[in-house]
Write a protein that binds this ligand. Sequence first.
Ligand SMILES: C[S@@+](CC[C@H](N)C(=O)[O-])C[C@H]1O[C@@H](n2cnc3c(N)ncnc32)[C@H](O)[C@@H]1O
Length: 241
Amino acid sequence: MTLSEDGSFTAYSKEYGEHYHSTKDGALHESLVKHVIPALTVQKDKDELDILDICFGLGFNTLATIYYVKQNHINTRVNIYSPELDADLLNSLVNFTYPKEFESIKHIISEIVENSFYSDEQFHIEVFLGDAREYILKFGGMKFDIVYQDAFSPSSNPMLWTKEYFADIKRIMKEDAVLTTYSIALATRLALYENDFNIYINSGEDYRDATLASPSKLDGFKVVDMIHKISCNPDVKSLRD
Ligand SMILES: C[S@@+](CC[C@H](N)C(=O)[O-])C[C@H]1O[C@@H](n2cnc3c(N)ncnc32)[C@H](O)[C@@H]1O
């Protein structure tokens, strides 16, 4: 475990050579400001939300969603679907030191580790043990309101950042859905843009910039001028399968 700047612990993956969260922005803080808060702000008027959490990892994005919804007395029903390849990681989570903010919802992690599933009157969580690329093809007609795109970086886990991957993701997003990601790489934004996403900057005083993307226009966020960016970087290419 590694202590991050906001006092919450994250972990380091030897396999990918990266931490699970930005140690500078802080694990819980990053999850809230780069994913949960912007996504729930965009979707604040809905009675029910279907969220795709790519990938479960230490479960911060799922748990921070539940924490934020409860903390702010939001009545929305929340369904979260999350793939994770690493079974050993999932099994280890019962011993992970989560931030005190998660104290009252820690039982949810125990149930997820045991059953890959948690359900109560407001929250429904399903974790799929396996490859996210296969998982996103399974949804048939179901479409999501929110996608948390939180894989390891494009350089260490390229298969979850390609143009074709984002095409599959877009196919299972509603027209007014929002995708959140910490990546501000032009190649990532280009892979989204090539799939006709609108691209926005998610910025704030106490964290590094991040990206929001949506098939629709989003109010209240600064647009990334992709035509200008591409003209300044004519050799930029999106990742491909
Ligand atoms: C940056 S971490 C996710 C952090 C997580 N969102 C959290 O809040 O703790 C990336 C995760 O993706 C998982 N992963 C890598 N490749 C995958 C794949 N093809 N399918 C599913 N999970 C994958 C890794 O095992 C790792 O747990």
